[in-house]
Design a protein around this ligand. Structure first.
Ligand SMILES: [Zn+2]
Length: 271
């Protein structure tokens, strides 16, 4: 593996290589036998459907390497990953909760939010956590962007977050986990590693913290990467962000099992 943060060579996955071969084969078939066009078109459409399906499945590795759990060496621990912040109300309370449990977390911040709340990003780092890249604007059509737009979106967040946090991100998480085949070459060029999760609590949509915690703890095991949110956080009937109570339950369960928390940087890259 190249040193963390260094650009690396992109090699297509079998699915992407296969799709490219189908396209080349379709063109060759049309050149020698134009009447074969329905077969050629069918092959091309099928390969596009396969690529799209792979991109809609956040935990798949069909479009490129994807960290969905910690590597073997870090398997006595778990990673808490916290997306969509920083948020001026929720993030400081999440930081206090993490301190109370002596836990460390990985914050996938949105570049524009980091620029609006730089002091909160600095507090995240000062309290022993790490800040990674969750795109500059968290656009809903992120997975429909072409290579140039993807690169600009991710590179802008690298610059914004790197300048505020004092270190350029080493991991990227796609908005909503949705991707397309152009993403992995862009990540390789920027020296970023894609990270998704083992399980998530849907804490942006569920107003019941116990339900969120149950989803995160169902089948919970060492090596898990858990996903919660400090931005876009759902609120319970009393107006409290559900992530606070849910994360508290998860960290208690982890402590009961003797599982310590670790940042993705420490677990995957060893520093
Ligand atoms: Zn997000």
């Amino acid at each position: 593996m190249n040193p963390p943060g260094e650009p690396r060579r992109w090699t297509p996955t079998p699915l992407i290589g296969g799709a490219a071969a189908v396209h080349a084969g379709a063109l060759a078939a049309l050149a020698v036998a134009p009447a074969a066009w329905p077969w050629a078109a069918g092959g091309v459409i099928a390969s596009h459907l396969a690529l799209t399906a792979a991109g809609l499945w956040p935990r798949s590795s069909l479009l490129g390497h994807n960290w969905t759990a910690l590597p073997e060496a870090a398997r006595a621990r778990i990673a808490i990953t916290i997306d969509d912040g920083p948020d001026p109300d929720v993030t400081p309370r999440v930081l206090d909760l993490l301190d109370a449990h002596q836990a460390r977390a990985t914050f996938f911040c949105i570049g524009e939010r980091a620029r609006e709340h730089p002091r909160i990003v600095e507090a995240i780092v000062a309290r022993g956590h790490t800040v990674e890249n969750h795109s500059q604007r968290h656009r809903h059509h992120f997975s429909l962007m072409g290579p140039g737009a993807l690169r600009r979106e991710i590179d802008a967040a690298q610059a914004t977050i790197g300048a505020i946090a004092g270190a350029r991100p080493l991991f990227f998480r796609a908005p909503a986990g949705l991707r397309n085949p152009f993403l992995e070459p862009v990540l390789c060029g920027l020296g970023l590693h894609l990270a998704s999760w083992t399980r998530r609590g849907f804490d942006t949509r569920t107003s019941d913290a116990s339900l969120v915690a149950r989803r995160l703890l169902k089948g919970f095991a060492a090596g898990d990467i858990l996903l919660v949110h400090d931005g876009h956080a759902a609120r319970d009937a009393h107006g409290a962000p559900v992530v606070l109570a849910a994360l508290d339950m998860v960290l208690r369960a982890a402590a009961n099992r003797g599982l310590e928390t670790v940042t993705l940087r420490d677990a995957v890259l060893g520093y």
